[in-house]
Design a protein around this ligand. Sequence first.
Ligand code: CU
Length: 300
Amino acid sequence: MKANFKRLIAAGAAAVLLAGTAGAAMAEVSGGMSSWQLGLQNSVTEVMDDIHWFKNFTLGIITIITLFVLALLIYVMVRFRRQANPSPSRTSHNTMIEVAWTVVPILILVVIAVPSFRLLYKQVEIPAYDMTIKATGFQWYWGYEYTDEALEGIAFEAIMLKDDERQQAAQERGVPLSDVPRLLATDYDVVVPVNKTVRVQVTAGDVIHAFAMPAFGIKIDAIPGRLNETWFNARETGIYYGQCSELCGKDHAFMPIAIRVVTQEQFDAWAETAKTDIDGAHKQLMAAIAAERNTAVAAR
Ligand SMILES: [Cu+2]
C-alpha cells in the first residue's frame, strides 16, 4: 500500500515536471493567451482589467464563504458528536439566527451587485470614439464594415482557415504554424489602431450569434434586425482571437473572430489599400509586421 502511494506521488511529480517543460517549449499564441494559462485571458483593455478585478473579488468572497461553512461543519461534527453530546437539543427556532442568515446573504449580494452593474454599464456605455466597426454574424462567418466616412469602402468577410489553408497562410505570412492557430485564425483579420477607442456595432444576418473577444472584455449578442453596441480601446499591439458565443447552428464552432491591433502608421497604410483591395492590404500588412519582427530579432 505504502509503496503504491510513493509510486503515485513520483508519477504525479513527473507529470508536473513534464507539463512544465512542455509549457516552456510552447510559443506564445497571441496577445490575449499564453501557454498553460490558468484563469481568464490576459487583459489589454480597461474593461477587461475590471473583469479580472471582479473575478478575483468574487473569488475572494466565495473562498471566505466556503471556509466559513467548512468551519461550521467541522465544529458541529466535533462539538455535537454523539459521544460529546449524548442527548441532543430539541431547539427548532431561533429568531436571531433566522434574521442573520437572511440579512447577511442579502448584504453580500448587494456588495457583489454594485461593481457588477457598474461593469455591465461600462461595457455598453460608449465613450467618445475614434472609429466604428460594424460586425455582422452569418452562418458561419463574420462580415465587417468600417463605417466612418474616412474609411468608406472597407468591407470584407472573415472566414476561418482550414488546416491545409493554415499551412499556406503561415508560409505567406512568414510565421510559424503555431501563429496561425487552429479554429481561430481567419483569412482576413479585423485591423484596428492601438490606443484608439473603437465602437463596435454588432448585428446578424440570419440567426442569433454573439461577438466575443475575451482579451478586450467584449461579449455581445448579434441579433438580426437589431444593432447592439459595445467598445474597446486596446493598449497593446498583437493579434487577438475570439469566437461566436451563441449557439447558431452546425458550424457555430468554426466562425472565429480575429482582431489585429497595429500601430497607427500600419493601420493607415492598411486602410488606404483596403478601401479597394482587401487582399493586397492584408498581404502588405503581414509583410510590414514580418519586417518589423525581423528587425527586432536582428537588433537582439
Ligand atoms: Cu454563430
